[in-house]
Design a binder for this molecule. Sequence first.
Ligand code: ZN
Length: 143
Amino acid sequence: MSSLDDLYRRVIMDHYQNPRNRGELQDDGSVTINLNNPTCGDRIQLQMKVENGKIEDVKFMGEGCSISMSSASMMTQAVKGATVEEALKLADIFSGLMKGEEIDDDDLDLGDIEALQGVAKFPARIKCATLAWKALQQGANQA
Ligand code: ZN
């Protein structure tokens, strides 16, 4: 398990140090969601451009701990180009992952997101990991 933990830690640090889709969307047709996690001090701004039920573009800004920022980076990577329906399904799966639920869908490839599953063992950090996904759910409902 420890080598797997090491691998996961490296994936998390890579997303923290080289965040994907960080920045602001210039397009006026995008939805902007601001959320924060007061227990840790994490803040995120998520912008989504949704067209015909598909997330055409997504970007985030913010600051916080490595868990919150890497989770935001992984989330945007996973949902960019996906339909809103697919993105919300993924948000549900991630929420389950944070509750320590086993993923029994073998066809499902979570990619880098898998690296965050260990967070479920640290209840104080779960809100860090789910912050970006809550922003995604709010944004999807507004789009
Ligand atoms: Zn945090």
